[in-house]
Ligand binder design. Structure first.
Ligand code: NDP
Length: 328
């Protein structure tokens, strides 16, 4: 089968969700190291919002979307881990996953186990591989350690709650409503704090008998950064990995000394997955958690691809929980 044209979401300028538009794009044959894939479902992620607004600027015009699942239609020279007809899923650059089919680099595309549906595949690659690197590759965490995880009822967050439970790690969740806090608890968080109504750093001190947590995983950014540092034990690790509330202002590194020789890192998924073999290994770890049932991928919002603007609005205005997918 050869899909010749694909409905694709593009922007010509940075801005609000009104900048998102659909166009029909030709879909050619894969070159060396590439595949052509027909999508069954596409994932929505906060990085798509940052790219749309220009917080993470891209050359314009650009297609958007970093995550999807579907069926491989054709493979180019040198691609050995996939063949036509394979089920596959990915979190990969370049942006352009919001579409019904595309040609793209193969290295970060992973064969999808039969036990995992396309919708789950589209909802879990970017978010699940992020949780994988946060817990397994960023700071040595062991059973009994305690982490603080913000926005724990979101797409990345609900996977993190379950991952922590499976690894025997105590996860203190924060979320923006009591209902979201309950959702985090239901998915494995040990404690949950509504950070719209409570001083989360003070609560973390209470919950840890004054000690502080071993690591903070903070994707909220501007609004939580300082409170996150104040929640760490001496020598603890601050992992700032997103900016849902805005970019973290420049940091005075002396503050890390004053607050107890803290460590600070600002990782991105795509550094961790840039090596093909590493990416496939990380995916195997994630697929194992999901096929064992230790991590369930919760999809709370589904939108037709043509309603991508409404999907962005819902994510940006904190109306979503769990993962959101777009159906081409
Ligand atoms: P989520 O589903 O978690 O949605 C973002 C959540 O952030 C909201 O639901 C909201 O939860 C919380 N939030 C707090 N303040 C704000 C605000 N001012 N505006 C909007 N949301 C706010 O999104 P994703 O699962 O897609 O991503 C989670 C985060 O992880 C994002 O920041 C994303 O950029 C980051 N990320 C980073 C990666 C990396 O490698 N660096 C990779 C993947 C994701 P609540 O109402 O509970 O506060």
């Amino acid at each position: 089968m050869h899909t010749k044209t694909a409905q694709t979401v593009v922007i010509d300028a940075f801005g609000g969700s009104d900048k998102l538009r659909l166009e029909d794009r030709p879909v050619g044959d894969p070159g060396p190291g590439e595949i052509r894939i027909r999508h069954e479902a596409c994932g929505l992620n906060f990085i798509d919002v940052y790219q749309r607004t220009g917080l993470y600027p891209l050359p314009l015009p650009t297609a958007l979307g970093m995550e999807a699942a579907g069926i491989v239609e054709a493979v180019g020279d040198g691609v050995t881990h996939l063949k036509p007809g394979d089920r596959a899923a990915y979190a990969s650059a370049p942006p352009g996953a919001y579409c019904s089919a595309r040609v793209m680099p193969a290295a970060q595309v992973c064969p999808l186990p039969d036990a995992i549906g396309f919708e789950e595949g589209a909802a879990m690659m970017l978010k699940g591989l992020t949780v994988q690197y946060l817990f397994q590759r960023t700071v040595p965490l062991k059973r009994g350690d305690t982490v603080l995880f913000h926005a724990a009822a979101g797409g990345v967050g609900l996977i993190a709650c379950q991952w922590a439970r499976d690894e025997g790690i105590t996860l203190i969740a924060t979320a923006g409503s009591d209902e979201k806090c309950q959702l985090a608890l239901d998915h494995g968080a040990t404690h949950a704090i509504n950070y719209r109504t409570e001083d989360f750093a003070a609560r973390v001190r209470d919950l840890t008998d004054g000690r502080g947590v071993d690591a903070v995983m903070d994707s909220v950014g501007k609004d939580t950064f300082e409170g996150s540092l104040n929640s760490l034990r001496p020598l603890g690790m601050m992992i700032t990995f997103g900016n849902a509330s805005g970019k973290v202002p420049p940091v005075d590194v002396g503050m890390l000394a004053a607050k107890g020789s803290l460590q600070l890192t600002r990782p991105t998924l795509f550094t961790h997955t840039s090596d093909h073999a590493t990416c496939q290994k990380m995916a195997a770890n994630l697929f194992d958690k999901v096929t064992r049932g230790a991590v369930k991928i919760r999809i709370d919002q589904r939108f037709p691809l043509a309603e991508v603007a409404a999907a962005h609005d819902a994510l940006e205005t904190r109306k979503t929980t769990g993962a959101t997918i777009l159906m081409p």
